[in-house]
Design a protein around this ligand. Structure first.
Ligand SMILES: Cc1ncc(COP(=O)(O)O)c(C=O)c1O
Length: 354
């Protein structure tokens, strides 16, 4: 068995892989890949997927759950366009690559983008605090978990303007209070399902209020909320597999239990990083992500030796992103505690050889 620490697309539960592959061969007599999205059997899948998002995240009344295509990268544009109001100023907290890309798209749709806080002075290795938001902003946007740098907001920022969050890499990993947000979006390929679907949770009050003169039909969230995510052909298979994964999540205690398991995995690994003289964490302790742990070697001359050792032990996906270097262990919901134990044992063994 391989231990998949990849940052995404990533590991999903084995029984989800099993059930999804069976549906490729037989989904009520057809393949899930050929069934019409208008057929009642798939409409039931979409309804259940939407319902499972609502139940697992305690989505209150007055919010719509939407599945689209385009990834979180299209979410950068969709969120900006849908939340544009009179001021055409938008505030962004810059925690690195993903926030920067979101800011760039907001500029393209005509916003004056205000970077109200940034951790760029230390290569994004912490989460900015004491954020002051211009109260004229149409919204405040932030990335709850920076997948590349391994930082995570432990407390969500407070804001006097509507709050938008790119939750791509930690949605379903911990409890959240949806009513704090006007809009949440997330690419599926971490804790939800395979790549190809993008989740939007949007307050109904904000739909149809954009002041943008440019609003293609597909980019208007109102279009999709009114058509229950069936305006055009939805990503049938990713929605199906996401639905199976959310069923699995609920059978295993829901988001609350997932959060406990994720905290246990993260503390096991960070404890080893902090106590093993050959490694050091890349991120300030209070801001370390429970999803993506980034760490460096203290003696880089032993890099090849360490790389050979973890690869021999069937660990995959550990190489760090080029902007940080070193290693990144992604520990999404489906990664078993056992895989983290194997990684920790490899690190211990490595230091005992030194
Ligand atoms: C936090 C975050 N935002 C946005 C993206 C871009 O997502 P997509 O590839 O779905 O466009 C990623 C991809 O890994 C991400 O981690």
């Amino acid at each position: 068995m391989k231990h998949n620490f990849g940052a995404g697309p990533c590991i999903l539960p084995q029984d989800v892989f099993q059930e999804a592959s069976e549906a490729v061969k037989d989904f009520n007599g057809l393949s899930i890949l050929e069934v019409s999205h208008r057929h009642k059997d798939f409409v039931a899948v979409m309804d259940e997927a939407i319902q499972l998002v609502k139940t697992s995240l305690n989505v209150p009344e007055g919010y719509s759950v939407i599945f689209l295509q385009g990834g979180a990268s299209l979410g950068f544009t969709i969120s900006a366009l849908n939340m544009m109001r009179d001021s055409k100023k938008a505030s962004y907290i810059n925690t690195g690559v993903w926030s920067k890309k979101a800011m760039a798209e907001a500029k393209k749709v005509g916003f004056e983008v205000l970077e109200c806080a940034s951790s760029g002075d230390h290569n994004f290795n912490y989460i900015p605090k004491n954020i002051q938001v211009d109260s004229a902003s149409d919204y405040l946007h932030f990335t709850s978990n920076n997948t590349i740098f391994g930082t995570q907001f432990k407390a969500m920022p407070k804001s006097n303007v509507p709050l938008i969050c790119d939750m791509s890499s930690d949605i379903f990993s911990r409890e959240i209070n949806v009513s704090d947000f006007d809009l949440i979006y997330a690419g599926a390929q971490k804790n939800m399902g395979p790549a190809g679907a993008t989740l939007y949770i949007v307050k109904d009050d904000v739909l149809g209020k954009s002041t943008s003169s440019f609003m293609p039909t597909y980019l208007d969230l109102k279009t999709h909320a009114e058509k229950d995510s069936m305006f055009n052909t939805p990503p049938v298979f990713p929605v199906y597999a996401s639905m199976l994964n959310m069923r699995h999540l609920m059978k295993n205690g829901g988001v609350q239990s997932a959060q406990k398991r994720n905290e246990e995995k993260a503390s096991l690994l960070y404890n080893e990083i902090d106590n093993n003289p050959l490694f050091k964490a890349a991120v300030a302790a209070p801001d370390r992500s429970n999803m993506n742990a980034t760490f460096l070697m203290t003696d880089e001359s032993r890099t090849d030796e360490f790389n050979a050792l973890w690869q021999e032990n069937d660990l995959v996906g550990l190489k760090g992103h080029r902007s940080v270097g070193g290693y990144r262990a992604s520990m999404y919901n489906a990664l078993p505690l056992e895989s983290v134990r194997v990684l920790v044992d490899v690190m211990k063994h490595f230091s005992s050889k030194g």
